[in-house]
Each structure stands twice: as C-alpha cells, then as structure tokens.
Ligand binder design. Structure first.
Ligand code: T1G
Length: 692
C-alpha cells in the first residue's frame, strides 16, 4: 500500500491496482481527493504491470459528491473532467466499487469509469437539484446514455436516491457484490473482464438510448408539462432538461460544454446559495451548543403512545417504520380499533402506490399493538402523549405516567404549543419531560420541534435529537412559549391574512400571492384543506369572524364541499361568491370601504411580521440560531427551499428594509407591526439575522 496523498492510497492485488479514498465524512471530491485521483489514475494507467484498476472508498460511503463547502469559492485544479480524459483514453478496465451513497460527482465519477459494482445496501443518485445546481461533472450527458432520457430526467429533477437493486436493473450498476465482500468482488470482477477480453465500456460510446430519444423530441415538453407544478419557480430543473436536450442533439463533448454553460448559470444565480444554506442549516440544527455530541444517548427500543387519534397514529407509524415496537393506549376500545385501522389503511395506501410490499405492511403492523391500560407502558423507554390539546387533561395523564413509567423513561408531549414546564410540574421527574412536536400528518411531515423545558435533562435532549434523525425527521430544538417557534410565526401570517381580506383583498388574492411566492398553498386554501372547524365550537360561535360565519353556514372546508372556496366533485377550488358576499357584509358592518391592495403589499404584510417574530424569538432565546427558524419553516410549513428560509430571505431583503416597512405599517395600521427591539439593534449595528 503506498500513499498517493493524505486521502488516497494505492495497492496492488496481483495485476489489479486498487485506488482507495479515505476522506471522512463522505469522501467528497475535495481538492485533495481530486489531486489523489488524478495522480492515481495517471500512475496506474501508465504502469504496464497494471492490467486493471478498482476504485473503492473507506468509511461510510463511496464518494457522495463534490465538496459543497468549496462552492462559492474560486475553483482549484484539478477539475474532475481533467482526469475523465485519462479514463476515456484508458486501454485497461477501471471499475468503481460502490457502497453507501454514490451521489452527484461521486456517481458521475463512477459513470466515467468503465464498470460499476455495488453492494445491495448501496444507493446512487444525482441530487444536485436539491442544492439548486445540476450535475456539472458530465452526469447530464452520461446518465441518459445509461438509463434513457425519461428516467434520467426523473432522477435528476427529483434528486432521489436509487437503491442498488433498481440501479442494477437500470444498468447503472453492472453487478451486485455480497455485503462485506465489495473489494474482493470488484477485483475478481475486473480480473474476469480482462480474462474474457471485455471491451473498455466508455459512457460516451453508449448511444443507443440517445438515438432512440432522437425519434421522440416531444418527450421534453411532455416532461416539462407533467412536472410544471412540482418544479415551478426553480431554475435548476429547466437547465437540467436543457442539458439532456443537448445530450440528444449534440456530440458528447459538445454536450459537456453545454452542460458547463448551464451549470455556471445556476452557480451564479440566487437559488444555489439559498439551497446550500438550507442544506447546511438542516445539519447545523442538530448541533446544540450546551449539549455536546458526547452527551449520553439513552436507549429507545420501545415506545408508548397515548392517544390513537390522527396524531397518535401518525406518530406511531414513524417508529414502526424503523422497526421500533409501539404500544398505543386509548381509553375506549372503539377509538383504539379505529386508530389501528387508520394506520393499516395508511400503510395499504402506500403499498398500492408501490411504496411498500404487503409483507412490509404486515411486518410494521405487527410492531404496533394497542391497549386500554396505561399500566402497559411500564417498561417502555419513551412515552409520547398525543391527546386533547387541554392543559388539565395533559397534566392528569402526566401525573398518572409518573406512577407508571419506569425510572429513566422519556416522558414526551406532542402538544403544539402549551406550556411544557406546567405539564412537567405534574410529575416528580421534570428532568424526564420534553416536547416532541410532530406536524400533521405526522407520518409524512419531516419537521420535529424538540421542545426543551426548564428542567429537561441534556441526555434526554440529545437522545431526542438523535432519535429524530433515526425516524427520518428534521429536528430543531426550541424553547417553551405559546406556539413554540413554527406556530408562533404562523400566527403572524394568519392574523395578517385575515386583516387583508377585511380591507379589500379576497382570500384567493392572498393565496395566489403566497402560492406564487413558492408556498405549496396559501393560508385560506390550507384552512379549507385542514377544516375550518378545528377548534371551533358551535355553541360558543358568535358569528364575529369570517370563520365563525362560514362554519355556522356549514361551510367547513373541502370536507363539506365549501369553505372559503367552492369545490367541485374533484375538490377543485374556485373563488366563492358566497364568501365574497360575507366579506363585503362584514366590511359594511364595520364601515370599512375596501381598497385595492397590491400583491407587493400582501406579500410584505404577510412575510415581514413573520421575520420580525423570528427576530423576537431569537431575542427571547426560544430558538438557537436564525437558520433553525429557516429549517422549521421549510420542513414544517413549506417555505420554498430555493429561497433559503424565512430568515435567510429576510437577510436577502435586508434587515433595514424589513424595519422600515414594519415602521411604515405600524404608523398606518397599529402596533401589531411594532418592530422587535432586536430588529432595531441589528439594523443599528449593520448586522444580519444570521449574525444573531
Ligand atoms: N460536501 C461537503 N460536506 C458534505 C457533503 C458534501 N457533498 N455531504 C455531506 N457532507 C457533510 C455534512 O455537512 C455533514 O457534516 C457530514 O458530511 C455528514 O452528513 C460536480 C457539483 C451523503 C446522504 O448533494 O445527501 O456533486 O455536519 O449529516 O445523514 O455534479 O450528507 O458532520 O460537519 O448528511 O449520513 C452532490 C449531499 C454535491 C450529497 C449522508 N452531493 N449529502 O447523509 O450524513 S454537488 C450531494 C447528503 C455535486 C457534481 C455536483 C448526505 C449523505 P457535519 P450528513 P448522513
């Protein structure tokens, strides 16, 4: 074994050279890795004793992409395309041996090799679209030649990870190695290529799928139309499609040039830095300054959920999905059975869509049991309460849990905003109490707000943050306050949206502006989807708000075929003259003459109070950093990733402009727009929200 450089070793296995990369954490194509690869390829391909080459990685994964930390800085040589020329000119087979996740530049590197072998647990993909760029290392020209144009378009505009079995079926991987025997298998595979005098398979020579695509030029516009909603406002997907069009229209090398042009366009645009910010913000959120990684992690091998309602059932699925047995407690048999049948239906729906096999459905259902006895939770490691959002009920349950749960068990509440310190006071172990705020539907939404109460122990915080990652959630640590962070900011937008429609805007105007900004849907469409009657009690309704009147008229949203909008039998929404009339009557009663409100004013009045609330949250120390707020609003409420997050967006607007607008609105419409003192301070000091 000789060291080529600090991250690259070279060894010989008979006449097969083995290049080994070892650059934690993910063998990203840093400059050192690129230098090591170039030197290794030069040396091995020129050495007459070497008959074939294997490229393999130490650590948890094959090359997981370019080194994102180098982006936005001057690119240092060599570029990967420099040593692709060496591979193209090679007369010896070069085989990439893949484990973990071969992503982005890593998959591109392997496609520039002549063959690819992988272990069954490996995955591959071109996820550059998720950080606002495109596979700029030849991937847009190579992938269509291997998997065909349509599959390449789908893979590159979703960025999804393709499991090894599928990658093998698609022809990305040429063979699958037994787990744990990748190196030996790859060397043997290479030796066989030589013995059988197999061709040097260069991706640039694979043209049958390109020739086929040339007969169907309509495939591109068909793809654009079919994916317009999913890809709207984003710049990377269109450039990716253009690259694949170039792969069909141009010779390989010209296609590479076109790819470089389209890639550079994205790197210099606003969305790439915003999505890079989102990428790192998600990982930063897992870091708690006073809870170091060395803090104890408690075992969580069994979970109890109290409440088999929508939330309790959804939460239970998250644990069953990763093989952790779950016991759900209800007070009534019918409620328990209904909850379990909803879980089964959810899994079966996923199976119908091909996301699960029926075997997997049964395996997961076997992990979920039910009981009417709270005492049955006496041995579980974690208990999550997901019952009525009422303090008295929660305190009563926690007092009972105190008597039932084993010492050291984690006692969590899924409350969406009640005071967890008060809930903890109902037990003798407040250090064991934490908030795990899931978002509905809990088996789908990725955000988990982990709520730190005054006495929550560091071990339980660390365990909860690690557990979130294990169940596929993106976690952010927040503090106890009404609505925590996400809903506390949401309230600002809801209040303003309601005010806007009583000053002249219509619900569909507000929704249109926020949808065009990039939210999946606006607040009124969201309310219709969730149901206007959440938290509404008929007996107490006094017809004082738009929602009251709509609910009293039984217009409770999509489920009743009408809410703010009218819905046809396919639940397509259209503006409602009934709602318009109710709004106009409200305004007449209040003596308000409507006025035209511009899209710009709608957007600023919805977003700036959210940014201001985010600043106040940081001032109150209920979030650790502004980028955590970005993570919360992207993963909990659909703030568009390509805008970096609500606070990142505020920094793009500039704190000074946000402050000026808040003051202007305050003068016009009152103190609900009062700027946070910290916002004044940030502007006075010329700082950004990211500096808090
Ligand atoms: N560059 C630099 N650092 C990276 C990195 C990357 N590509 N990927 C991960 N890290 C860091 C991450 O910040 C974290 O650091 C640690 O590794 C563990 O990551 C030319 C231009 C590979 C599936 O988009 O999807 O190739 O916080 O917590 O959950 O066409 O990381 O520990 O200090 O996520 O096991 C394309 C992005 C790049 C892959 C592993 N590649 N990474 O997940 O660990 S662009 C990607 C991931 C490109 C070419 C283009 C995931 C993972 P720290 P982690 P994980």
């Amino acid at each position: 074994m000789t060291a080529i450089n600090a991250v690259t070793d070279l060894s010989m296995d008979g006449d097969i050279a083995v290049i080994t990369l070892n650059s934690p954490p993910v063998n990203a194509l840093s400059q050192a890795v690129r230098e090591g690869l170039e030197a290794s390829f030069k040396q091995t391909l020129a050495d007459p004793k070497v008959k074939g080459v294997v490229l393999i990685c130490e650590g948890k994964t094959f090359v997981a992409g370019a080194d994102i930390r180098e982006f936005g800085k001057p690119r240092k040589p060599p570029s990967t395309k420099d040593f692709y020329k060496l591979l193209d000119a090679s007369t010896k087979p070069v085989v990439a041996a893949i484990h973990g996740t071969a992503l982005g530049g890593g998959l591109e590197l392997s496609m520039m090799c002549h063959y690819r072998v992988a272990v069954p647990s490996a995955r591959c993909g071109l996820p550059e679209v998720n950080i606002g760029i495109l596979p700029g290392g030849g991937g847009t020209q190579a992938l269509p030649r291997i998997v065909g144009v349509e599959r390449a378009l789908e893979m590159m505009t979703t960025g999804r990870h393709v499991p090894a079995k599928e990658a093998h079926e698609l022809g990305i991987f040429d063979a699958l190695a037994p787990e744990g025997q990748l190196r030996a298998f790859a060397v043997d595979f290479t030796r066989k290529l030589i013995a059988e005098n197999k061709p040097i398979k260069r991706v640039r020579d694979l043209n049958d799928k390109i020739d086929e695509a040339r007969k169907h030029p309509e495939v591109f516009d068909k793809f654009r139309k079919a994916n317009a909603r999913r890809l709207r406002n984003m710049t990377a997907p269109e450039n990716i499609i253009k690259c694949v069009e170039a792969a069909v229209a141009l010779p390989f090398d010209d296609g590479l040039k076109r790819e470089t042009e389209l890639s550079q366009e994205l790197h210099s645009g606003p969305q790439a830095p915003a999505m890079r910010h989102s990428f790192f913000a998600e990982r930063e959120a897992a870091k708690i300054p006073d809870v170091p990684d060395t803090t104890e992690v408690l075992p969580v091998n069994s979970v109890g959920i109290i409440g088999a309602g929508t939330m309790g059932g959804g939460i239970a699925m998250n644990f069953a999905n990763v093989g952790i047995p779950v016991k759900i407690i209800e007070t009534k048999k019918e409620a328990l059975e209904r909850g379990l049948s909803v879980i089964r239906k959810n899994y079966e729906r996923t199976a119908q869509r091909g996301g699960l096999t029926m075997d997997e459905v049964e395996k997961r259902m076997k992990l979920i049991s039910g009981s009417l006895e709270l005492g049955d939770l006496k041995d579980v490691d974690l208990i999550i309460e997901a019952i009525f959002e009422r303090m008295d009920v929660k305190k009563d349950v926690f007092a009972k849990l105190d008597a039932v749960a084993k010492p050291g068990a984690i006692l969590a509440t899924n409350t969406s905003g009640l005071n967890i310190d008060e809930i903890a006071s109902a037990t003798k172990r407040p250090e064991s109490v934490i908030g795990l705020h899931f978002f509905s539907p809990a088996n789908v939404m990725k955000l988990l707000e982990v709520v730190r109460a005054d006495h929550t122990s560091k071990a339980i915080i660390n365990t909860s943050m690690k557990l979130a990652k294990k169940i596929g959630k993106v976690a952010a640590l927040v503090g106890v306050c009404p609505g925590f962070v996400g809903n506390r900011i949401l309230r600002q937008r809801q209040v303003e949206a309601q005010n806007l429609v009583l000053e002249g805007a219509m619900p569909w105007d507000v929704d249109r502006v926020l949808y065009n900004f990039g939210f999946p849907m606006g607040p009124f469409a969201m309310s219709d989807l969730a149901g206007l009657d959440i938290g509404w009690v008929k007996e107490n309704s006094k017809g004082e708000t738009l929602r009251d009147v709509l609910c009293e008229m039984d217009r409770r949203g999509q489920k009743t075929g009408a809410g703010y909008y009218d819905y046809d039998e396919n639940r397509n929404a259209k503006p409602s003259p009934v709602t318009e009339k109710i709004i106009k009557d409200f305004m007449a009663k209040k003596g308000v003459n409507g006025r035209h409100i511009s899209d710009e004013e709608i957007l600023e009045r919805c977003l700036y109070p959210m940014i201001n609330e985010g600043v106040q949250i940081l001032a109150d120390r209920k979030a650790i950093r502004s980028s955590d707020i970005d993570v919360i609003w992207q993963y909990g409420y659909g703030f568009p990733h390509y805008r970096g997050g609500i606070m990142y967006y505020g920094d793009q607007i500039g704190p000074a402009k946000v402050l000026a607008k808040m003051k202007e609105f305050q003068a016009q419409m009152g103190d609900r727009f009062k700027p946070s003192p910290l916002l004044e301070k940030i502007v006075a000091e010329g700082k950004r929200f990211a500096d808090i």
